[in-house]
Ligand binder design. Sequence first.
Ligand code: GLV
Ligand code: MG
Length: 324
Amino acid sequence: MSFTVVEPAPARLNRSEQAVPGSNTRFLEKAAQGNADIVFLDLEDAVAPDQKEQARKNIIQALHDLDWSGKTVSIRINGLDTHYCYRDVVDIMEQAGDRIDLIMIPKAGTAADIYAIDMLCTQIEAAKGYKKRVGFEMIIETALGMQNVHEIAAASKRNESLHFGVADYAASTKARTTNIGGPNPDYVVLTDADANGVRERHWGDMWHYAIARMVVAARANGLRAIDGPFGDIKDADGYRAQALRAAILGCEGKWAIHPSQVDIANEVFSPSEKALATARAILVAMEDAKKNGLGAVTLDGKLIDIASIKQAEVLVKTAEQIAS
Ligand code: GLV
Ligand code: MG
């Protein structure tokens, strides 16, 4: 290991993160009763400018009146380039700062963006005498944010997670998309022609680089990496496939922009029984290896070593978190 120790963010389940517009009181009520690990109550892009003030009031009311137990609650504030932003932080933190767990900072562009929100939260928490300190989730959704992703990830002790905001990211980078967070059928590799002259089209994953880059920045700073929205809410298979791709790259959760996506995310980001059984077998086999003075052994014909212990422990720990 490096002499530099990476401190992990507070452990939270973050398999599903449901987006709920603050302007809709019925949706707020339903979200409090739903199955999402984290619910983010939105003041930003799902709320029209003339509804911003009312949405803030709705959210504060909902934080006081509804039962959010069993859930992590986050508030997505407006971007730092808008005049809504300071008022979002001040009103939410002053009136309900002890009832939320996280603030989600959209369109994070530089470390200074995080610093500014940290300063405001720190002052309000001190003034109000709150015991609990709010954590931060940052959406990486602009070219500037992706360029500075490592500095953003390291910008505050409050930081807990990075999120890939694919819709704004596509707009910012001028990428060509057909469905928010899904593949583009034109992003293909053509195979060579077969004996009949037929060439196959293999769809590629146009989000691979962005997600992988965000995952590295998150993990290097002890943060969770979370995949963002998938726009085609009728396409459960497409959502599942994207969630799996993100999971394989190291994300531990995905947004749900519709309640129907929550259970799929919870399932995809939970270790399967099979994976769990393998992880437990690895831990037993490595315990035996240690007793015999070995650093590596084979299990079911595959080499496992000390690095395998860490992977297995992550799975077992996640399963324990889910069960608790
Ligand atoms: C989320 O905010 C996105 O832009 O995808
Ligand atoms: Mg966005």
